[in-house]
Design a protein around this ligand. Sequence first.
Ligand code: NAP
Length: 247
Amino acid sequence: MDQLFPRPVANLDPVELVAADTRTAPTDRPWVLVNMVASIDGAIEVEGRSGGLSSRADKAMFHALRQLPDVIMAGAGTVRVENYGPVQLDADAQARRVARGQQALPRLAVVSGRAHLDPASRLFSDPTQRPIVITTTTASSDAVDKLRDVADIIVAGSDTVDLRAAFAQLREQEVKTLLCEGGPTLNNQLLQDDLVDEWCQTIAPVLTGGNTAQRSTTSLPQDARSLQLARVIVEDDVLLVRYARES
Ligand SMILES: NC(=O)c1ccc[n+]([C@@H]2O[C@H](COP(=O)([O-])OP(=O)(O)OC[C@H]3O[C@@H](n4cnc5c(N)ncnc54)[C@H](OP(=O)(O)O)[C@@H]3O)[C@@H](O)[C@H]2O)c1
């Protein structure tokens, strides 16, 4: 229980903490870790973006988690609204990754069923960091061809992206850890396909009201995935929890 006991994150080094966790990738896909922030009552954005719910502790954890994976994945909706750019890590973080046998920087992977991404956007602005676009056979070939100049393309699935098939391809490329930064549409697909091994959740100390529809579920599936509580941290009323599958 000591490991779970709430401690102020200011007294901890979140980078050391999350790097010490065990994450064992299955043979057919990477270990999948989701990181999200929400209000007490479950809102995940304020005026369209998650920044309004963030805090010092949440940012520290967000950046610490970004140092871990081989791939950082996000849905196209999140990438568009949050104006994603190339991943940046300082020299120490890059050196730690290389010492662990990883690439100096994680690759970005964007899930877009329609391949609806602007090749001129910030996401593709660094030719030394080609993102991966994960799309479907029904995406317009024009849109996919335009993205081929600036990204590596994985095609998996027809109506929606077949994440399990896409992850199998990533695993063949030695991707062992994948951090998903949302949003909810992509997370839902991950959950439906039972692809989540770890969930890191920040709870911001605010009540928001707002749209409740996206938080409802018709029933709890019989095979609902249970994860174990692996860490609890508190700072200034902000709660940061880690749930994980046994690895
Ligand atoms: N609180 C948090 O921690 C947090 C984190 C992330 C995002 N957010 C918020 O979430 C909101 C965005 O929500 P969202 O649900 O639109 O985000 P999203 O899941 O990032 O994006 C949805 C889009 O991603 C693509 N996509 C996702 N899953 C797919 C699948 N299985 N197959 C094919 N395409 C798939 C589709 O793109 P195409 O339309 O291009 O086909 C879809 O329209 C924003 O307000 C953002 O700020 C909050």
